[in-house]
Structure formats: structure tokens, C-alpha cells
Design a protein around this ligand. Structure first.
Ligand code: SAM
Length: 203
């Protein structure tokens, strides 16, 4: 694993060993299916970056690729990921400040990440910088749903933001458009609580 960061206090560093077990019921019911759908949209034989890769729960769903780089801010999450596959270059890095050359990747992916990123704006800009023009940037995120549920999520967010640094009511698709990404597909799942968002990098 390439370690470019000093150790930080992070919720996910503490949670890393329990993460897969915690998510297992959701994986079995719906998440694994949606992961397969999202990762299935990545191009084959390409150079692909995943940000916030966590413990590597997406690894099994990747297409055949030329280069696979999985990055995360949490060293402990990446240590768990290292047990899942040897095919990935694991890089500890902040999505808001990626240590990669401009236009190095053909495509990028993030799942369940933008809720915990402090500045989505910076992370979107970094993705636009490191992904080639017209490259796909794919997100599978839990988001603020529309209607009454949205207000419930605003309430829940009051606690999750303080306890887990998790922004429960983030409007990721709206923020992506504000960052000048072109949304080519938006699939709402589970009453709009989850979004699969496929974007094209216009830069
Ligand atoms: C809910 S987990 C999702 C992990 C994995 N993507 C998945 O789908 O299971 C959120 C991940 O985002 C990472 N993360 C949070 N902020 C980050 C940042 N600024 N840069 C990179 N990774 C970050 C956390 O360390 C954690 O591994």
C-alpha cells in the first residue's frame, strides 16, 4: 500500500474491522446488486480510479481492467481491502487532494463516499482533473430523498454529522451538476434514498 498521509483520527479507522459485518444484511438484500450494476457500467481494459474504496466491497464487481487504483483516506479501511484482492494498487489519499496526474484515468467510481467527504466540491473538481475528457465518473450514493422523507433525513443528519461525520442528507446529484459534471443517467432506488449517478467529464 502506498501511504502518502500522516495518520489522522478518523471514524473509519476505528470502524474498519467491523465494516463488512455491519453492512452484510444490506449487501445481501440490495447493495451487492446495485454495486454490480454500477461497476458494470465501467469501461473494460481501462485505467480506473476508485475513491473512498473502503474495505474493497466493490472489488469483485470490476470489469477486466488495465490498471486498478483504489484510494481511501483511511489506512485501516485499506488494510481490510488488501485482504480482498492483489490486483489493486492501494493508495491512502484524500479525495479532496488526489496525488495523481491530470487526465491519468479513463474512468472513476465512488460508492457510499460523498456522504462523508467534507468538501464535495473539491472532490468533484479533483475527479474532473484526474479523469480524461468524456470519461465516465460513476457514483452510487445514499442521498436526501424528495418529499416528506427528505425532512426526516434532515433531522437524522443533525445526529449523523456530529456522531459519524456522515452527511445523511447530501444532494449528491445536484452538487455534481453544480460542479459542471454532465449527468447521463440517474437511477433512483429505494424511494430515492439511493442514487446511481453516471456522469461524463466535460473538461
Ligand atoms: C461508507 S464508507 C464506503 C466504503 C466503500 N466505498 C463501500 O462502498 O463500501 C466511506 C469511505 O469513504 C472514505 N472517505 C471519507 N472521506 C474521504 C476522503 N476525503 N477521501 C477519501 N476517502 C474518504 C472513508 O474512509 C470510508 O472508507
Amino acid at each position: 500500500m502506498i501511504n502518502l498521509m500522516k495518520s489522522h483520527f478518523l471514524v473509519y479507522d476505528k470502524f474498519a474491522k467491523k465494516y463488512d459485518k455491519f453492512l452484510l444484511p444490506a449487501e445481501q438484500k440490495f447493495l451487492a446488486k446495485w454495486r454490480r450494476e454500477a461497476l458494470g457500467l465501467l469501461p473494460e481494459n481501462a485505467k480506473i480510479l476508485e475513491i473512498g474504496a473502503g474495505t474493497g466491497l466493490n472489488f469483485q464487481f470490476y470489469p477486466t481492467s488495465r490498471l486498478l487504483v483504489a484510494s481511501d483516506i483511511s489506512r485501516n479501511m485499506l488494510l481490510q481491502a488488501s485482504e480482498k484482492s492483489k490486483d489493486f494498487l492501494l493508495v491512502q489519499a484524500d479525495a479532496e487532494n488526489l496525488p495523481f496526474e491530470d487526465k491519468y484515468f479513463d474512468a472513476a467510481v465512488a460508492t457510499l463516499v460523498f456522504c462523508s467527504i467534507r468538501s464535495p466540491h473539491k472532490a468533484f473538481n479533483e475527479l474532473k482533473r484526474v479523469v480524461k475528457k468524456d470519461g465516465d465518473i460513476i457514483f452510487l450514493e445514499h442521498v436526501r430523498p424528495e418529499g416528506f422523507l427528505g425532512y426526516l433525513f434532515d433531522l437524522i443528519n443533525f445526529f449523523t454529522e456530529r456522531l459519524f461525520q456522515d452527511c445523511f442528507n447530501r444532494q449528491t446529484a445536484k452538487l455534481a451538476v453544480e460542479a459542471d459534471l454532465e449527468i447521463t443517467k440517474l437511477s433512483k432506488k429505494a424511494f430515492g434514498i439511493f442514487n446511481l449517478i453516471v456522469c461524463k467529464n466535460k473538461d
